[in-house]
Design a binder for this molecule. Structure first.
Ligand code: C2O
Ligand code: CU
Ligand code: CU
Length: 493
């Protein structure tokens, strides 16, 4: 299984030559405004577009950082865990200069954005070699929806290693959702969920020690690079949490003591009306936006990660090599008990803010032009060995697996015939989830990543809009993706 990559990663993880101080800033003067959010000192840097342009320099490097008060050696953009948050508006131009100081090739993918998959835009076939620089340049369509998106590396074979090393940041599009009066008055917090596999010295375990088949899970869970951080809420007020699961494989099944969540957006897609729920399952790659209403007795309440069994773990023998994990910090996998991820405390009192009712209107896609089937499983494949497969084949760079016509709508039936859950993700175009095991979904929800549990069949409806070119779909358990569960999609005119 990809020995070459792993060796490279070990070299990267133990080589000391490239360590630089985590506090160094590489930002040059640019058009973009730079500030640090006032409330939380440890929150990432933010770069907002100015006069229609976001211009940012990013450097991917192996860096010494302060992770929750301890030294750790991680892969970062500009020395930051999580990476800087980028904020734009529809119609803005984006110019990102990425310098690769890693010892492996890298690139950037703009997860969830509706952009051309070609040229200097959301092109996952770009390969930036060590010491090279690449300038991404694209325009956010003026019709682009507002929402929570993100960026991360996407060179096949290196994605899981680079994500689990820390390379991930939020990409926010401001727009109509932010202008809804109740949402505008809500206090806004961003939560980037990441887990890291660290030894007692704060160094990353090499992937040799991790269970790649099950999908690696780290022993240290962080929110915005902090362990068990506290967020605050006003009595009677609204708190808007914008949550990203940037973990390589870990699912989060979130719950907040004594407080329901009001879901307002999934994967950068605003939903029609807020939906009340007490649990929120977020698979790798997914984002959710929720509102929390401050209507309890003021005291701290725990943000919990409830147990969720995504399959394959028992069979594959657990997440990590048992005895090697000393546990520099807490956050170990526990299938039976909830773990605490953070806290929410009451800070003050505000006017009674009610929940918004109507958020947006949603067009149902009533019919499709074509139906296709994709089976998800793993198994032996000649010349490869054990691999993760879509329609019985592991990923091949050269092969076009699926060719579609731009401006058509297709139904894709995603059939999981295996023993593990797979969150299925498509680039460039969002899709509507139509049915699960033949039962129509109660609400037409737009997403870019959908969970297909073991044994399930999920039908999605995809409008291929605006852009032609080659892109990919894959399982967002990134070890599965690197081990073959990805396909090439060509959108033709
Ligand atoms: Cu966040 Cu191809 O993925
Ligand atoms: Cu993506
Ligand atoms: Cu998978």
């Amino acid at each position: 299984m990809n020995k070459f990559n792993r060796r490279q990663f070990i070299a990267l993880a133990i080589g000391s030559g490239s360590i630089t101080a985590g506090t160094t800033l590489w930002f040059k003067k640019s058009n973009s405004q730079e500030y640090r959010t006032k409330e939380s000192l440890n929150s990432p840097k933010v770069y907002q577009s100015q006069d229609g342009l976001l211009e940012v320099n990013l450097e991917a490097n192996y860096t010494r950082v302060n992770l929750a008060g301890k030294t750790a050696y991680l892969l970062t953009y500009n020395g930051q865990i999580p990476a800087p948050r980028l904020e734009v508006k529809p119609g803005d131009r984006v110019r990102i200069k990425l310098t690769n100081k890693l010892q492996q090739p890298t690139n950037l993918h703009y997860h969830g954005l509706h952009l051309p998959p070609t040229g200097k835009a959301d092109n996952v076939f770009v390969r930036i070699n060590p010491q090279e620089t690449f300038i991404y340049e694209f325009e956010i369509p003026s019709t682009h929806k507002a929402g929570t998106f993100w960026y991360h590396p996407h060179v096949h074979g290196y994605v899981a290693d680079q994500l689990s090393g820390g390379l991930a940041g939020l990409f926010i599009i401001r727009g109509d959702l932010d202008e809804i009066p109740e949402i505008k008055t809500a206090k806004e917090e961003f939560l980037v969920l990441q887990d890291f596999s660290l030894d007692n010295q704060g160094r990353l375990y090499s992937s040799d020690y991790m269970n790649l088949m099950a999908g690696r899970e780290g022993n240290v869970i962080t929110i915005n690079g902090q362990i068990n951080p506290t967020f605050s809420l006003n009595k009677n007020g609204l708190l808007r949490l914008r949550i990203l699961n940037a973990s390589t494989s870990r699912f989060y099944n979130l719950s907040l003591e004594n407080h329901p969540f009001y879901l307002i957006a999934m994967d950068g897609n605003t939903i029609r009306n807020p939906i009340e729920q007490t649990e929120l399952l977020l698979t790798p790659g997914q984002r959710a936006e929720i509102l929390v209403k401050g209507k309890q007795t003021p005291r701290p309440y725990r943000l919990l990660n409830l147990p969720y069994n995504r399959g394959g773990m028992g069979m594959m023998g657990g997440g990590m090599m048992g005895g090697r994990m000393g546990g520099m910090m807490h956050g170990r996998q526990d299938f039976n008990n909830p773990t605490v991820l953070g806290k929410i405390q009451y800070d003050g009192i505000s006017e009674d803010i009610s929940l918004p009712t109507q958020l947006t209107s949603i067009n149902n896609l009533s019919k499709s032009d074509k139906t296709r089937r994709f089976t998800l499983n793993h198994g032996m494949f000649p010349g490869v060995g054990m691999a993760f497969l879509i329609n019985n084949q592991p990923y091949d760079h050269q092969r076009i697996d699926t060719q579609v016509k731009v401006n058509t709508v297709e139904d894709w039936e995603l059939i999981n015939t295996g023993v593990m859950d797979h969150p299925f993700h498509l680039h460039v175009n969002s899709f509507q989830v139509i049915s699960r095991n033949g039962i129509n979904e109660p609400y037409p929800t737009w997403r870019d990543t959908v969970l297909v549990r073991r044994g399930e069949t999920v039908k999605i409806r995809i409008p291929f809009q605006d852009f032609t070119g080659k892109t990919v779909y894959h399982c967002h358990i990134l070890d599965h993706e690197d081990l073959g569960m990805m396909g090439n999609l060509e959108i033709v005119s």
